[in-house]
Design a protein. Structure first.
Length: 317
């Protein structure tokens, strides 16, 4: 893909100004300062019915001024204006498809199957990158082991209802105890990996709807990978009412308990007590799921059986 600048893109919607609507990034030269090619960066954006946000996401990727970029958009069969917006930019995309899928994790996994970059990342369609991020990532990649490159930049957590933002740097801990039963948050929007890690260690866990990013982080840590941290902000993460942290909070908590139960080290001094607590929490979550009248009766009964199963395991553990 050639370097894209503002004048190449469709005009911004009326009333939109600033980054990434009416401002360019610094356009990079074809080669890095050392005369070598820029590493290829592949970005995937999964989307489903976020037509009110996705154009900002798309422009924030394309306008990075980066000369070696792949951009892949995976739409889950949106019924709003998402596809119409994406098609405005289709000629700038490496790959685009729209069809129903089995969830966000599957969509991202499929997107990365089309990626050929040295560095990969995903940005959700309700978030967006800040200026000059890809050049910063590329410089860090050139200084690192290309087989184990894993950078996590700061993320700006933005609450639109009150117009408040807070930049958070990723907690540097590599302790599995901290990641499983501590208060560590995952700065997924600021994370970039070597494609070789993905190829070696596997894809996102498609059984998860909320916690697949954390599970991937924890899985890599369990396999002795280390990330480096930057306090440079890479992206804005919108904490709006429809985001999963708010709209599916119970599922998010449940999946974090699953991750903790799988990865908490058995040598942890309070392992037995923690295991019992986690099994009890899984029983509680499935009991709550069984009370969801919007679900099929058969699925509610299956959740009830799971609740009883985890409750029994908690008693005998």
């Amino acid at each position: 893909m050639r370097t894209i600048i503002l004048k190449d893109l469709p005009a911004s919607p009326e009333g939109k100004a600033g980054w990434p609507w009416t401002q360019d990034c610094q356009k990079l030269s074809d080669l890095m300062p050392d005369g070598k090619p820029w590493p290829k960066i592949s970005i995937v954006t999964p989307n489903y019915n976020y037509g009110n946000f996705i154009e900002e996401t798309i422009r924030s990727v394309l306008l990075q001024g980066y000369p070696n970029l792949e951009y892949i958009i995976m739409d889950g069969g949106s019924t709003d204006n998402s596809v119409e917006i994406i098609k405005k930019y289709e000629k700038f995309l490496t790959f685009f498809r729209t069809k129903p899928d089995k969830g966000q994790a599957q969509s991202i996994n499929e997107g990365f199957s089309h990626a050929t970059g040295d560095i990969i990342a995903w940005i959700n369609s309700d978030d967006y990158y800040y200026k000059n991020v890809f050049s910063y990532v590329a410089e860090k990649y050139k200084q690192a082991d290309p087989n184990r490159f894993w950078l996590v930049m700061a993320v700006d957590y933005f609450t639109p209802e009150v117009n408040v933002s807070c930049a958070k740097t990723q907690n540097l801990t590599h302790s599995l105890v901290d990641w499983t039963i501590g208060k560590v948050e995952t700065n997924q929007q600021g994370a970039f990996w070597a494609k070789r890690i993905w190829e070696k260690e596997g894809m996102l866990d498609e059984s998860m709807h909320c916690g697949f990013d954390t599970e991937f982080f924890v899985r890599l840590i369990a396999k002795d990978y280390s990330f480096t941290v930057s306090d440079e902000a890479a992206a804005r993460f919108r904490l709006h009412s429809a985001c999963k942290i708010r709209s599916q909070s119970l599922t998010c908590q449940y999946e974090h308990a699953r991750i903790a139960l799988k990865y908490l080290p058995k040598e942890y001094v309070n392992y037995a007590a923690e295991k019992k607590r986690l099994l009890g929490s899984l029983a509680y979550f499935h009991m709550r799921f069984s009370q969801d009248v919007s679900k099929l009766f058969s699925k509610r009964m299956f959740d009830l059986l799971k609740a009883l199963y985890y409750k029994l395991r908690a008693k005998i553990s």
